[in-house]
Design a protein around this ligand. Structure first.
Ligand code: HEM
Length: 448
């Protein structure tokens, strides 16, 4: 597939001992113009550059520098299966926002150990336990939805996913009001600043970093008290929340995670784990309003107690409205070879998830919202990459799908969603996630 779209004649042979390796073709525009294309008009700019250069090309943009953009499925597969000795997480990344001890900031054995520690909280038994919490939060939030009046569903979705995450992390009994108040404004500003390298502390007094620093101090104070409480809890061994899991954990040499490590990781899970899922749910209602046939099938399925079609709908939603459109890596080996292409050390590699999801050779009529594509089959990399791939693949993927499944099921069981021919909502880029621009406007009425 890559051969069809990539034009090696445009590429330049590498100055290397392997004469067959080529340098990917380069976008030749001023860095600031490329940066504006990447940051503000990404979809259009990428389509244009892909048309000109094929499914691998190099751009030069602020923050990431010279970056090779890849959307050819075979090449993407090689990126996803590369070892940690070849590719590490992209720099800068979300650890800018969540702290250097966040899983985003780790690589190699530390990264593996952290993922191994967190994994049980996001799979199997744990997911079954969370279903009740998700249903309760959805019922609580939807109790006062206005009947027959249009409203933005993205905001309630954000509250549901934040409350679920806080309960899963800290347990049902913790006092979470302060966190509920300080996290949303932090995330709003933080998403914008996520990839901007933090300036030195003394220059931050009059910048948005000051606000982020203030938030972080408040977060650490609240979470520090919750950690101290957990450390002194005689029932710590029986607790199933994620805070208890981290407080109980010991490294190979028997040492505990420091409070700073725990705080960075908890902020990571709260930050990475709620707005992404809320955005996907916002898109779910945006699409269903405009697709009465899909909605009718979902409603009859929920009434019969099933969820296969709902799962297929979720996979298709995450394809047709990609929430995070790029996954990044940095080359840590002397070179990283992708078939005939050679990418040098320290260069950024950006996998364009949205372009894979819109590839008509994989998905005929890719613009169509068609859950039947995924009936009876589970989507897989590299064609479907909603949660990225490889060593840094989203740790909360199964959690997010379960959460979407339960929220959608609960809403459809209790409300009738009005459908009409409203124009599609455009996509709004918040800095990390893509959300429906008008907040997913819906009209609902209670079913019973
Ligand atoms: C629909 C919802 C979500 C989407 C679309 C999404 C998407 C992604 C993507 C694309 C990545 C980067 C993967 C890569 O670089 O290959 C990622 C990483 C990550 N996500 Fe998610 N995510 C979602 C929900 C969640 C949830 C619910 C959590 C936590 C409970 C979570 C926690 C994380 C973490 C910790 C990472 C970093 C993993 C690492 O670097 O090892 N995400 N996510």
């Amino acid at each position: 597939m890559g051969d069809r779209v990539t034009d090696p004649a445009r590429a330049i042979a590498c100055e290397t001992s392997t004469p067959n390796r080529l340098k990917p073709p380069t976008v030749r525009l001023p860095k600031l113009v490329q940066g504006a294309g990447f940051a503000v008009f990404r979809r259009a700019a990428m389509r244009n550059w892909t048309k000109q250069h094929g499914h691998i090309f190099e751009i030069n943009v602020p923050f990431f520098g010279r970056s090779v953009v890849v959307s050819d499925p075979a090449l993407v597969r090689s990126v996803c299966t590369a070892s940690g000795d070849q590719l590490i997480n992209v720099q800068p990344n979300m650890s800018n926002l969540f702290g250097p001890r966040s899983v985003f900031g780790l690589d190699g054995s530390e990264h593996r150990d952290r993922r191994r520690l967190l994994a049980p909280a996001f799979h199997g038994q744990s997911l079954n336990r969370y279903e009740k919490v998700i249903e309760e939060e959805t019922l609580r939030e939807s109790a006062n939805w206005p009947a027959g009046k249009e409203f933005r569903i993205l905001e309630p979705m954000n509250r549901i996913t934040l409350n679920v995450m806080l309960r899963v992390i800290f347990g049902a009994d913790a006092e979470l009001e302060r966190l509920r108040a300080i996290v949303p404004p932090y995330m709003k500003l933080g998403q914008r600043m996520a990839f901007v390298s933090a300036p030195p502390v003394w220059t931050r007094r009059h910048s948005p970093w000051r606000k982020l620093d203030e938030f972080r101090r408040a977060f650490d104070r609240i979470v520090g008290a919750l950690i101290a409480h957990a450390e002194a809890d005689p029932r710590l061994g029986d607790r199933t929340d994620i805070l208890a899991l981290l407080v109980r954990s010991r490294r190979g040499n028997g040492t505990r995670m420091s409070r700073r490590d725990i705080s960075d990781e908890l902020l990571t899970l709260i930050g990475a784990g709620h707005e992404t899922t809320a955005s996907a749910l916002g898109w779910a209602f945006e699409r269903l309003r405009r697709h009465p046939d899909v909605l009718a099938e979902l409603v009859s399925e929920v009434d019969e107690g099933g969820n296969d079609f709902r799962r297929a709908t979720i996979f298709e939603l995450l394809r047709v409205r990609t929430v995070i459109d790029v996954a990044g890596r940095g080359v840590s080996s002397p070179n990283f070879d992708l078939r005939e292409w050679r990418i040098p050390h320290a260069r950024t590699v950006l996998v364009r998830i949205a372009d894979l999801h819109e590839n008509p050779e994989i998905y005929p009529h890719p613009e169509r919202f068609d859950p039947y594509r995924f009936c009876g089959t589970r989507p897989a990399a590299p064609a479907w990459l909603a949660f990225g791939g490889g060593t840094h693949r989203c740790i909360g993927a199964d959690f997010a799908i379960t959460e979407m499944d339960v929220v959608l099921g609960t809403v459809l069981r209790n409300f009738r969603l009005q459908t009409d021919a409203a124009a599609d909502e455009k996509s709004y880029f918040q800095g990390v996630a893509h959300t429906p621009k008008r907040g997913g406007l819906v009209v609902v009425n209670r079913r019973r």
